[in-house]
Design a protein around this ligand. Sequence first.
Ligand code: CP
Length: 340
Amino acid sequence: MSSSDLRHVLHASELDDSVWRSVLDSAVSYKENDTRTNSADGKTIGLLFFNPSLRTRTSMEVAAAHLGADSTTLTPGEGTWNLAWEDGAVMDGDAAEHVREAIGVLSRYHDALGVRVFASGTDYEADKSDELIRRVAEVATVPVINLESAWAHPCQAVSDASLLTDRFDGDPSGKDFVLTWTYHPKALPMAVPNSTVKMAARCGMNVTVARPESHALDDGVMEAAQSLADPHGATVSATDDLDAAVKDADVVYAKSWGGPLVYTDPEKEAEIRTSSRDWRVTADRMARTTDGAFMHCLPVRRNVVVDDAVMDGSHAVHLDQAEYRLHAQKALLDYVWDLG
Ligand code: CP
């Protein structure tokens, strides 16, 4: 089977509508019924984390176990060899093994691979083309699930869409969804906001991205989101007025990201970011919503990104969100292994 025939999950927006719908329905069903099966008995998934994780790693390991499959988790460089990525690399440095061999070998052992490899933060075009996760998929001979790459976090997107489907009784379309940038002491990658704006648009929600102008999302992402919203008659827009954006919102989804300026002028980006500490989700801001849900993919910095009063208050659904990772990934494993 060629790589293009495998059921890779690289970007959620690349899943057919029928697959998207079926995965969301299946995730909600897994949530409702707390299902454990042996449908994947004898199968294994290899998980490769080039970057840290709490939720994705644990929920994927547990998802496999709930379906009767086994998992193996590797963190390259920690008990395994450091890997080289570049084609043509002269490997006379730290890297003892090339990703081509590592993925080739792991494909011989496993029935699917999950890989987390974050953005470089230095090469915008390479990150935007998601070249590392796509290289993994080219080399692999089994399905690859993106566990967060430079440009996308499809497991988070599918999970969040499932939660929203559940919260809004099967149909979140027409609801007002605000993705707000927040201050953070570090310039974080854009995989989650990129996936989130497209996820909410695909759910038919009216999406507003609130962010300082300096941290605008990539035009291509915003245009792709609008294309996903179009069939629902929904809108995708951006603003630098957070207080206005949250008024009457049904959902406020907080996330920080470095934005394109990180690649061209990181000192300027840091200067703007550190002078934007008031971009924080507060109880006052949540009080402006229509009893809106507060969402965050986690991990989150309390009283920096969002106040304790919100995290510990009635609006917060971040733990439900994290729980949905498990249900959604069981649904994704069903898809990649065609378990029916
Ligand atoms: N949201 C998420 O991906 O969490 P982890 O980084 O802990 O996996």
